[in-house]
Design a protein around this ligand. Structure first.
Ligand SMILES: Cc1ncc(COP(=O)(O)O)c(C=O)c1O
Length: 428
């Protein structure tokens, strides 16, 4: 096994003498036997360590600050609950994430609601539950809030601003550039801020920007601070998320400390000293705390060696969506040297259903366990039912013990929404 192999798995992962991977102290063959495959395995301690690293890192640099976890990166109630237990707030994008955040026990005052197209129903849910901050993306949000907030109450809001910053990342996850569908250009933001200040139902607390996701340099993230400051002095500046995660051996994302150094240096330069700073990390909070276990279903050898597994774009859309590079290992054969270059493909009816376009593995066999590290961000989020896929379970591991926190979908779940077939039943 190459020394680099384990570095993409959650810290503390290890290999037994027989070459089997352990995550969070649990052997992956035991996990696969108990929970089946594919399965998303989360090292709970790794998750907690990262939450503390973020919270401690930010508060030590800027005491009047808060970390809110961007739930969209891993919107499982159990993950949100870990963040809540670690003292973080939760950023939610829509009613569904709000409901799971509340189920996770969050103080509604620590919730930040986002969305570029929030429905009236979602705005009403936020107001009814006492969400701390609603991030206004457009004038229609203000219309809906004014129609919803009861007389005598005021809803605290931030205004989302386009900072006009680009970064090196995939176009589909870039959000802070001119022409973005998210937020308002500075002039439009100024006009909306003036309207909110005049409103009897809203309280203008501050401004927000989010440059994009999977950003591997701190500079573009820090570059959003100046454009926000140019809009004036506010009580709150929400600087979004966006720090990249380490997916492949070649990735070198900045550490949380390096990122915060850059962000807070920009804050010291541009923001009022008494202002509150919020950050909303998602991907970099959760990606590296998890790995997905698959079972090899078939191996085809020809000009290319295809190793096909029992999952794919039904549980990991990151590859198809923006070409993210992942790595993989045969998780029960880590003591064997790699002998062939394989293309790891999924079971879905798309040629684009490629999990890893070339990875060196020992000669794979049917029944081998294949583990893909760094699948904690946006994989659970975008799991889908393509080809009748049953979305995989989420298993927390800690000190060798495993517990199921989200069960696998059943065949019955797949049929449960059918309403026009009286008498139809499904198996489980
Ligand atoms: C408003 C907002 N905040 C935070 C995030 C989290 O970003 P990331 O997961 O890249 O940290 C996103 C992601 O798209 C977002 O839209």
């Amino acid at each position: 096994m190459d020394a680099a192999t384990l570095t993409l798995f959650p810290g503390g992962s290890a290999v037994d003498a027989d070459g089997t991977l352990r995550i969070g102290g649990a052997r992956v063959d035991d996990l696969a036997d108990e929970f089946g495959t594919p399965a998303l395995v989360v090292d709970e301690d790794a998750l907690r360590r990262r939450a503390r690293e973020y919270a401690g890192g930010l508060s030590s640099r800027w005491p009047n600050s808060r970390v809110v976890f961007a739930s969209k990166a891993f919107p499982a109630t159990a993950v949100q609950r870990v963040m809540v237990e670690e003292g973080l707030g939760l950023d939610v994008a829509g009613g569904g994430e709000l409901l799971s955040a509340l189920k996770a026990g969050v103080d509604p005052a620590l919730v930040v609601l986002h969305g570029n197209a929030k429905s009236g129903e979602e705005i009403a849910m936020a107001v009814d539950h006492g969400v701390g901050l609603v991030v206004v993306d457009n004038a229609d949000d203000v219309d809906r809030l004014e129609a919803t907030v009861p007389v005598g109450r005021r809803q605290d809001v931030l205004v989302r601003v386009i900072p006009g910053v680009t970064a090196q990342t995939h176009a589909s996850v870039l959000t802070g550039h001119e022409g973005s569908k998210f937020g308002l250009a500075p002039d439009a933001a100024r006009a909306l801020i003036a309207r909110i200040r005049a409103s009897s139902r809203l309280r203008m607390r501050g401004v927000h920007a989010h440059v994009g996701s999977q950003i591997l340099q701190p500079e573009p993230l820090a570059a959003a601070v100046g454009p926000l400051a140019a809009l004036g002095e506010f009580e709150v500046y929400d600087l979004g998320g966006g720090l990249g995660a380490r997916y492949s051996y070649a990735d070198l994302p900045p550490s949380v400390g390096t990122y915060l150094d850059a962000l807070i240096a920009a804050a010291r330069e541009h923001l009022p000293v008494e202002a509150e700073i919020i950050i909303e990390p998602g991907r970099s909070m959760v990606a590296s705390a998890a790995a997905t276990l698959y079972r090899v279903v078939t191996v085809k050898r020809g000009a290319t060696t295809f190793v096909a597994v029992d999952g794919g774009m039904g549980d990991n859309l990151e590859v198809a969506l923006f070409g993210q590079r992942f790595e993989a290992v045969l998780a029960g054969r880590l003591s064997e040297p790699a002998t062939e270059r394989a293309v790891v493909v999924g079971r879905h009816c798309e040629s684009g259903d490629v999990l890893i376009d070339g990875v060196d593995l020992p000669s794979a066999r049917v029944g081998d366990l294949l583990a893909v590290p760094a699948t904690g961000a946006y994989c659970f989020t975008m799991a889908n039912n393509y080809n009748g896929n049953r979305r995989p379970p989420v298993v927390f591991v800690q000190e060798g013990a495993a517990r199921l926190v989200v069960r696998r979908e059943t065949w019955a779940d797949l049929l449960a929404r059918d309403v026009d077939l009286p008498g139809a039943t499904g198996g489980s």
